[in-house]
Design a protein around this ligand. Structure first.
Ligand SMILES: Cc1cc2nc3c(=O)[nH]c(=O)nc-3n(C[C@H](O)[C@H](O)[C@H](O)COP(=O)(O)OP(=O)(O)OC[C@H]3O[C@@H](n4cnc5c(N)ncnc54)[C@H](O)[C@@H]3O)c2cc1C
Length: 347
């Protein structure tokens, strides 16, 4: 019989599980139900047992045993301590299947932990099913080929893509974790602090409900014969601030540089690019603006639930069955109006 460990970690508050961790818990509960397998939840990273208990409250409703590796040394993401903590949790749970969020913290260490346990790892898992065997699904070749994998090797680590499962939302309850002790490895890395970009600069927000895509039209000559790049930048940033949306870009816009090799819209980089040679994010909704909706771009919208587009061109790619709703309109005017409505609502 399989023994499933869901490996989770806390967020920057130190006393709550990340959303992606809660998604992995949902996946674990579902898989354990299908396989009639034992489920354990492991928590990595709280600074104290009290903080671990607080974090565990959110998943107490699963009824699963709750293990935690906590302490100051584990409160900062760092390879040596995270790998030792993950290994200790997997050993304590005697896990044959380890499910974990594909977060930057776990992506860094999970393969190393699997190796230490003589196990195997697969990443970017989107669907799990367990009937006679455990089957894991992932996409290859830029989301064009979907494969279902099963393996004999155990323990089998599976890193789940964010947004593929609902976050576990059972009734929070008081919880008591079982502390797993870890012999501290040699620690060479000291975390001195965190430096994060200004909030405005963080335009890629995987947890946002809405993906807002800017296309090259924002930088093209407008009906008055002029270009209005500064105004475009202000409208886009204001919308991101007011809506909390994540910013995507077409390749044509991300490729544009000024003579100083700075992007025409300086807050855009190729990290924002959506499509065949860009990313394929998961958001409930998407709004495309000033973008033609060509196939190499739209292929990156595969996992966007509801698609809308604003384009001046009534024959653009979006109108050819690629968007659910197309507004044939001037995005400068529409977004100025939308921003004014959002501003009025927030004040
Ligand atoms: C191998 C390969 C890989 C590629 N990979 C990618 C990829 O990963 N991602 C990607 O995006 N592209 C990719 N492309 C490029 C892609 O084919 C298109 O060229 C690109 O997506 C076009 O970008 P765009 O729609 O923003 O620009 P344009 O085609 O220039 O379209 C601009 C649109 O803005 C509209 N517009 C202008 N002003 C306004 C206004 N005021 N209001 C409303 N609408 C307005 C215009 O009507 C026009 O439809 C790839 C191409 C190749 C060959």
């Amino acid at each position: 019989m399989e023994t499933i460990l869901v490996l989770t970690h806390v967020d920057e508050t130190g006393s709550a599980l990340t959303k992606a961790s809660l998604e992995a818990v949902t996946a674990g509960v579902e898989l354990a139900g299908q396989l009639s397998a034992k489920l354990t939840i492991g928590i990595l990273g709280p600074a104290s047992v009290e903080a671990a208990n607080a974090a565990a409250g959110a998943v107490a409703a699963t009824g699963a045993p709750l293990l935690a590796v906590s302490g100051e040394a584990f409160a900062q993401p760092r390879y040596a301590t995270d790998a030792a903590g993950g290994e200790a949790l997997a050993r304590a749970a005697q896990a044959s299947i380890v499910l974990a969020p594909g977060s930057s913290r776990f992506v860094r260490v999970a393969a190393g932990v699997a190796h230490r346990l003589g196990g195997f790892i697969d990443t970017h898992i989107t669907v799990l099913s367990g009937n006679d065997s455990v089957d894991a699904t992932r996409w290859f070749y830029r989301q064009r080929v979907e494969a279902t994998i099963s393996r004999e090797a155990r323990p089998w680590f599976l890193l789940l893509d964010a947004g593929t499962h609902a976050a576990f939302a059972g009734e929070p309850a008081a919880a008591q974790v079982e502390a797993v002790t870890v012999t501290l490895p040699t620690v060479r890395t000291t975390v001195e602090g965190l430096r994060s970009p200004m909030l405005d600069a963080q335009t890629i927000r995987p947890d946002a409900k809405l993906l807002f895509v800017a296309g090259a039209g924002w930088t093209k000559k407008q009906p008055d014969g002029q270009i209005h790049v500064a105004e475009a930048g202000e409208l886009i940033l204001a919308f991101l601030r007011l809506s909390g949306a994540s910013l995507g870009s077409s390749k044509s816009l991300a490729d544009q540089k000024t003579e100083g090799e700075q992007s025409v819209l300086p807050f855009l980089t190729h990290m924002n690019q959506i499509g065949q040679t860009g990313s394929t994010p998961r958001h409930a909704k998407g709004l495309s603006t000033c973008c033609h909706g060509e196939e190499p771009h739209v292929v990156g919208w595969r996992f966007i639930g509801e698609r809308r587009a604003i384009s001046l061109d009534p024959n653009c790619g979006w109108t050819r069955s690629k968007a659910d709703v197309v507004y044939v309109a001037d995005a400068f005017q529409v977004m100025a109006k939308v921003n004014a409505l959002l501003e009025a609502r927030s004040s």
